[in-house]
Design a binder for this molecule. Structure first.
Ligand code: UDP
Length: 330
C-alpha cells in the first residue's frame, strides 16, 4: 500500500537516499529540510518526480510542520545537528536543534496520529565498554563540562520523549540507533572519517589518523541502512522499541587508513595526530563501537550486504566523478 512519508532532514546524506528508495518503492515523500547541513543538490534530481514534494524550512516553523504532518501517514525524523566537529564547536545549536526539533515533531504527530521513526545514534552508548552494544545496555556518558556529550544526551532526551509518547499517548513510535553510516553524498566537512580519508587520499594529502588509530568502528553502507529504516517504519510490530542499525564488520581507524590507500592507489602518507590537536583539549573518543543487531534481524531479517572495501570503492568513485570538471561546472 502506498503511503505518504514526511522526511525531516530529507536533503541530507541519509535522508536523500531514503527518499529515493521510498519513491522507487511506490510511496509518496515530502522532504522538510532547512539546508543547514543538507544540500539541495541531493534532492534536485527528484524534483518533478510523481509523489515528490519538498519544503525548504526549519522544523521550528510550527505552521509549516503542522501542515506537512497533517498530510502524511509516516514521519521519519532525521533532521538533527550531527558530526562530532559540529557538536564540539556549536553546542547550543546542537542541543536546541535536537531536543526542540524532536519535541515539535512528536507534538505534531500526536495531533494527527502519524507514525514516527526517530533516528537516534550509537553515541547514546557513550563510554560503555560492554561490546557489542545491546539496545537495553546502560548508557555511560562523560560530564556536562565536556560539550562532546551534549550530542549523546540530546539524542537520549529524544529517545525518552519518543518512548514516552508511545507509552503515555499511544503514539506509534520507533527509535533507530544508527551506527556509523557511510556512502555517496556524505560530506567530510563535519568530521566524518571516511569522506575525509578518501578526499585526502585522492588529493595525495596526508591521511589524518587521530590518536593512535587503534580505536575501531563498524561502517555500514547507506543503502543497507535505508532498507532497515524502511523496514522498521513499515513493520507493524516495530513500534515502541529501540533498534540498533549498523554493520558488525569492525575495523581500526589505522587499518581503515591503509585500506583507503589501497582502494585509491594513493601514495598519501599516514599521519598520526594527537586528539588534543584534532579536537578541543580534553576530547574523549570512543575506543570501540560495535552494534548487537539481533533485534532488527529477528524482526526484518535485515543484515548489511555491502562489505567495507566495496563501500570505500563506491564512495571513492562517487568522489572522483564529483570532482570532475563536468561536475564542478554544475
Ligand atoms: N577520525 C580520524 N581522522 C579524521 C576524522 C576522524 O582518525 O580525520 C577518527 C575519529 O577520531 C574517530 C573515528 O575516526 O575515532 C570515527 O570518526 P567519525 O567522526 O567519522 O565518527 P564517530 O564514530 O566518532 O562518531
Amino acid at each position: 500500500m502506498s503511503m505518504r512519508f514526511l522526511i525531516t532532514g530529507g536533503a541530507g546524506f541519509i535522508g536523500s537516499h531514503l527518499t529515493e528508495a521510498l519513491l522507487a518503492a511506490g510511496h509518496e515523500v515530502t522532504v522538510l529540510d532547512d539546508l543547514s547541513t543538507g544540500r539541495f543538490e541531493n534532492i534536485e534530481p527528484l524534483v518533478g518526480r510523481p509523489g515528490f514534494r519538498f519544503a525548504i524550512d526549519a522544523i521550528a516553523n510550527a505552521v509549516v510542520l503542522d501542515r506537512l504532518v497533517s498530510e502524511c501517514q509516516v514521519i521519519v525524523h532525521l533532521a538533527a545537528a550531527v558530526g562530532v566537529q559540529l557538536i564540539v564547536e556549536h553546542p547550543v545549536h546542537t542541543i536546541e536543534t535536537n531536543v526542540m526539533g524532536t519535541e515539535a515533531v512528536l507534538q505534531a504527530a500526536a495531533r494527527y496520529r502519524a507514525k514516527v521513526l526517530v533516528a537516534s545514534t550509537s553515541e547514546v552508548y557513550g563510554k560503555g565498554s560492554r561490546v557489542p552494544f545491546q539496545e537495553d545496555d546502560d548508557a555511560v556518558l562523560g560530564p556536562t563540562s565536556r560539550s562532546r556529550w551534549a550530542y549523546a544526551a540530546s539524542k537520549m532526551v529524544d529517545e525518552f520523549l519518543a518512548l514516552a509518547y508511545y507509552r503515555e499517548r499511544d503514539l506509534p513510535v520507533i527509535v533507530a540507533r544508527l551506527f556509523n553510516t557511510v556512502g555517496p553524498r556524505q560530506t567530510g566537512r563535519y568530521g566524518m572519517v571516511i569522506p575525509r580519508f578518501l578526499t585526502q587520499a585522492l588529493r595525495g594529502q596526508p591521511i589524518t589518523v587521530y590518536g593512535d588509530g587503534a580505536q575501531s568502528r563498524c561502517f555500514c553502507d547507506v543503502s543497507d541502512v535505508v532498507l532497515a529504516l524502511m523496514g522498521l517504519a513499515l513493520h507493524p510490530d516495530a513500534v515502541g522499541r529501540v533498534y540498533n542499525v549498523g554493520s558488525t564488520e569492525e575495523v581500526t581507524i589505522l587499518e581503515l587508513a591503509h585500506r583507503v590507500k589501497t582502494v585509491t592507489r594513493s601514495a598519501s602518507p599516514i599521519q598520526l595526530i594527537p586528539y588534543d590537536q584534532a579536537y578541543a583539549p580534553g576530547f574523549e573518543d570512543m575506543r570501540r563501537r560495535v552494534p548487537e543487531t539481533t533485534r532488527v534481524r529477528n524482526l526484518l531479517g535485515w543484515e548489511p550486504r555491502v562489505p567495507l572495501d566495496e563501500i570505500l570503492a563506491r564512495v571513492a568513485s562517487f568522489m572522483a566523478s564529483y570532482d570532475s570538471p563536468r561536475s564542478a561546472a554544475r
